[in-house]
Design a protein around this ligand. Structure first.
Ligand code: IMP
Ligand code: MG
Length: 183
């Protein structure tokens, strides 16, 4: 076994499942946004892997942009409820159809704060596409418009998601062995 794979207790979503789902989401988005001024907005860093795959599964013209928001600090695995824009978008949102591309919708606190902030910039629409969702953890009133997989209330890593900035490069979504947290 390769070094980073050895810390994984079990796989929740395989590389093949992710690939098939991203293709399906890209096709749906391409149909739904045909003729629109689509801007994919990715929240760094967790959503970077999903963004890179999803944008290539989208077959209509689109632009991309990135922002950094913070809600989790360091190795902390619980949400603080605070959202700060650390790096803002480069592009003007006026008239654009914004689709937020996220790694995981957990409590929903981050996005329920961010969406109204983006709506103030006069986009035509703001919708949400997340590859993972933990519905049992939801604290804010927010539902994804596009969702890849619902996962149980476990801390997951891989496909962009980290624990203490590691494991983002795993090609699947998995659950860490408990002893990794206890180190
Ligand atoms: P929320 O505000 O609670 O919905 O979550 C905000 C962010 O927390 C997500 O975009 C992730 O970056 C991070 N997060 C939530 N759950 C997990 C997890 O299980 N593993 C890794 N990161 C997570
Ligand atoms: Mg994130």
């Amino acid at each position: 076994m390769q070094p980073i794979h050895k810390d994984i207790d079990h796989i929740l979503v395989s590389e093949e499942q992710l690939k098939a789902k991203v293709t399906e989401l890209g096709a749906r988005i391409s149909r739904d946004y045909a003729g629109r001024d689509l801007l994919l907005v990715s929240i760094l860093k967790g959503a970077v892997v999903f963004m890179a795959d999803l944008m290539r599964a989208v077959t209509i013209p689109c632009a991309i942009d990135f922002m950094v928001v913070s809600s989790y600090g360091g190795a902390n695995t619980t949400s603080t409820g605070l959202v700060k824009i650390v790096k803002d978008l480069d592009q003007d949102l006026t008239g654009k159809d914004v689709l937020i591309v996220e790694d995981i919708l957990d409590t929903g606190i981050t996005l329920s704060n961010l969406v109204p902030m983006l709506e103030l910039r006069n986009p035509r629409s703001v919708r949400l596409c997340t590859i993972l969702s933990k519905p049992s953890r939801r604290k804010a009133d927010i539902t994804p418009d596009y969702c890849g997989f619902e996962v149980p209330d476990e801390f997951v890593v891989g496909y962009g998601l980290d624990y203490d900035e590691h494991y983002r490069n795993l090609p699947y979504v998995g659950v860490l062995k408990p002893e990794v947290y206890q180190k």
